[in-house]
Write a protein that binds this ligand. Structure first.
Ligand code: ATP
Length: 208
């Protein structure tokens, strides 16, 4: 599976809708695309856009404070925008990722009101759906799929627990972990309901 294209519009410094096309892999090479520009020209905004569309929620990792900080904030010459959108196109023609799609378009949109949505191949989905699909394809937004500045150092210095996340993703057990976490949250909610039910029964039973 390879990254084919990214459409970025209204995201951080990308006030104009822009498309970045990446080289396809050939028989003897994986294809390398370099993005070159002066300091502060927005190269890292491309990486932020990739992390963000893959479901990243940590504003620290996205180099902002509030979720709206990813929307183009305006310049003296240009008013701010009300919506930011990023769509990532992944090509899986070779079936390299064990998922049922030959092409995956993952989109994320955020409005200044704070309303946010995810779109998978044109259909609105939940963030968890994107996370599970990516985990099945062994792409994670927090591990080795995106290697940012200083990350190799971080990996070498990481605690065994932190380092385990990388191996879990490579081994393909992340989908099961995500589902387990979801099941635990549901179980907690069910326990709470049960406790409320029991309290009600204790109150009502003596009056039967
Ligand atoms: P360096 O080489 O120094 O790491 P870079 O090319 O990676 O730089 P970035 O750090 O990605 O550049 O660029 C940040 C630029 O994006 C800054 O000019 C900043 O003002 C702009 N920027 C970030 N968020 C927004 C936003 N919400 N609206 C408008 N511009 C933004």
């Amino acid at each position: 599976m390879w990254l084919q294209r990214i459409d970025i519009s209204g995201f951080k410094s990308f006030a104009n809708a822009s498309t970045l096309e990446f080289l396809p892999p050939t028989a003897d090479s994986r294809g390398i695309t370099a993005i070159v520009g002066p300091n502060g020209s927005g190269k890292s905004c491309v990486v932020d856009a990739i992390r963000w569309v893959l479901g990243e929620q940590s504003m620290k990792l996205l180099r902002g404070k509030k979720s709206e900080d990813v929307i183009f904030a305006g310049t003296p010459k240009r008013p701010r925008l009300g919506v930011a959108e990023v769509t990532l196109h992944l090509n899986n023609d070779d079936g390299g990722a064990p998922i049922d799609y030959a092409e995956v378009a993952i989109g994320r949109r955020i409005y200044r009101s704070g309303e946010s949505e995810y779109i998978l191949n044109g259909t609105k989905v939940r963030r968890e759906d994107i996370l599970i699909l990516l985990a099945k394809a062994r792409v994670g937004q927090r591990t080795y799929s995106i290697i940012g500045q200083g990350m190799i150092d971080e990996f070498l210095l990481a605690s065994p627990t932190d380092r385990k996340h990388f191996f879990d993703e490579a081994a393909g057990i992340r989908p099961a972990e995500i589902k387990r976490d979801q099941a635990m949250t549901k179980l907690d909610a069910a326990r709470l309901n049960l406790a409320q039910g029991e309290t009600l029964l204790q109150e009502i039973t003596p009056r039967l």
